[in-house]
Design a protein around this ligand. Structure first.
Ligand code: AMP
Length: 522
């Protein structure tokens, strides 16, 4: 089997690793860096820039620089948090068919999966350059909390990038795998992953090389960017108080400020105080105005307190759901750049009573774990088996807008479950099945991941037909549902595959566009 790469497709940064002679290697990109900013930009020459090149020009080209695209994967344009994100980013979000969220640049619409594909392609080329050989097979990681639609979109992104995606695994599971390489003992682990855009907590047990995720929790909409936004809001308020100018609608100023806010935040992980200087931040009748401020670690913690507070409930929920004997974890692993913030580490220690482990590099752990999973699939690593769980409950919409759960969250995957349903009206010849993912008892509060109908039912009084609905969740967390009328044997099934938000024709078109770029670059 040829080499299989492991890719951490992150909100802010991505990383690629591969097993080389049994040892995980993090591969440096063409710019020499071990992580690549997850940014794609379009310039005046209609060229596409990916990674560091895109990041460097983001300030002067905010409307054509696409960042944080991971947050858009498999999402609907009208979702409240997507609308909110649309206000924060400099580029334009548009509503595509089925209400999916796409991005628009230079009058052209792109699916989030196509933009992610450009990042994945860069990771693939990084590996190909390193080894001087063609690479096709990959394992890609996603947050444990990703829904079916988000996983589908990730798989499609891999396909567009010319990759054969062998497996999609959860980021915390990958991090624990990386940890497993370094420590060889049975343990209960808690992975606390706070990255650029998402927060995940997972509890895993490791027994004789067998990794089992026993609980997951988190917040899909909480990450380092929110900390940056809080700092920005604080600085903009201070600037307005001093100069009477509101710059919250100035895309260029916001882009400059975002970079400074993030740098200050990172510096305050090691320093007690730092300064922010943005010369010529604005101009009014009395001349140029500069933004200068000092920020202390204590102020930062005060500004970010509402965000820090939001970390606690999901962390406690995961621990509770895990129901560990004695209720204790042996090790807490920190993943994601934001866990370098001292206040985050203190919070973790206060909640779990353990000093977090520092054995794993928080920026690289996930890609290293993905490369280990790749090694397992390629038969190169034998000592681990991986078991994962589904992060969200799965079910059907039942009478009275109720959610009829068929598979509870935290069930080990792959899994198959069946349930018998019946008709509610006399001589009903069609049933429409709405497949839902989520935890609410109220159907419409959960996300609808697919609809299909079972037709040509034989005429029967209400409640007499037996319709068996089978749910399958595969190893990647992707859902397949089938319904059978047990009397006639008539069966209908769907793979919930429109979840990626792209039709097959759109995927093919994107593959051509992305492929054309490879040729232009080589
Ligand atoms: P990741 O998605 O894991 O690459 O995490 C990226 C996030 O971590 C970004 O929001 C960064 O600003 C943040 N980050 C990176 N280094 C530090 C640091 N030293 N202190 C605080 N936050 C950091």
């Amino acid at each position: 089997m040829s080499r299989v790469i492991g890719i951490d497709l992150g909100t802010t940064n991505s990383c690629v690793a591969v097993l080389d002679g049994g040892t995980p290697l993090v591969l440096p990109n063409a710019e020499g860096a071990r992580t690549t900013p997850s940014l794609v930009a379009f310039n005046d020459a209609h060229e596409r820039l990916v990674g560091q090149q895109a990041k460097r020009q983001a300030v002067i080209n905010p409307t054509r620089t696409i960042q944080r695209v991971k947050r858009l994967m498999g999402r609907k344009y009208r979702d409240a948090d997507i609308q909110e994100l649309g206000q924060q980013v400099g580029y334009q979000l548009v509503e595509h068919v089925n209400g999916d969220c796409w991005v628009q640049v230079n009058g052209q619409a792109f699916a989030p999966a196509e933009i992610s594909a450009l990042i994945l392609q860069k990771m693939r080329l990084t590996a190909e350059d390193f080894f001087g050989e063609e690479i096709r097979d990959a394992v890609i990681t996603v947050p444990a909390y990703f829904s079916d639609a988000q996983r589908q979109a990730t798989r499609v992104a891999g396909k567009i990038a010319g990759l054969n995606v062998l497996r999609i695994i959860n980021e915390p599971t990958a991090a624990a795998l990386a940890y497993g390489v370094q420590k060889d003992k049975d343990a209960n682990l808690l992975v606390f992953d706070l990255g650029g855009g998402t927060f995940d907590v997972s509890v895993l047990t490791v027994r004789g090389g067998l990794f089992e995720v026993v609980a997951t929790s988190g917040d899909n909409h909480l990450g380092g960017e929110d900390f940056d936004a809080a700092i920005m809001a604080y600085l903009l308020d201070a600037f307005e108080a001093e100069h009477g100018m509101d710059l919250s609608g100035d895309a260029m100023a916001l882009q400059r400020l975002r970079g400074e806010a993030e740098t200050a935040k990172c510096e305050l992980s090691t320093l007690r105080e730092t300064s922010i200087n943005l010369p010529f931040f604005a101009v009014n009748d009395s001349g140029a105005k500069h933004l200068t401020a000092t920020l202390t670690r204590a102020q930062l913690e005060e500004i970010c307190k509402p965000l820090l507070d939001r970390l606690e409930a999901p962390a406690r929920r995961a621990l509770q759901d895990a129901n560990l004997p004695g209720g204790k974890v042996d090790e807490v692993l920190l993943v994601g750049g934001m866990t370098r913030m001292p206040a985050v580490q203190q919070l973790v220690e206060r909640i779990f009573g353990n000093k977090p482990s520092r054995g794993v590099n928080p920026d690289e752990a996930v890609a290293i774990g993905a490369s280990l999973q790749a090694g397992i699939l390629a038969g190169e690593v034998q000592e681990f088996t991986l078991m994962d769980v589904t992060p969200l409950s799965l079910g059907l919409r039942a009478k009275g807008n109720r959610m009829s759960k068929v598979i509870e969250r935290n069930t080990a995957i792959p899994v198959r479950a069946t349930k018998i349903y019946t008709t509610t009206e006399d001589n009903q010849n069609t049933v429409i099945l709405q497949v839902l993912q989520g935890e609410s008892e109220i159907a419409t509060d959960n996300s609808l991941i697919g609809t299909f109908s079972l037709t040509d039912l034989p005429p029967k009084p209400a409640g007499r037909l037996r319709i068996e609905v089978a749910f399958d969740i595969d190893r990647d967390g992707i859902v397949n549902v089938s319904a059978t009328d047990t009397e006639t044997g008539n069966e209908q099934s769907i793979t919930i595959e429109d979840g990626s938000g792209m039709s097959e024709a759109e995927i093919q078109r994107a593959m051509q566009r992305v492929g054309a770029m490879t040729e232009a670059a080589s």
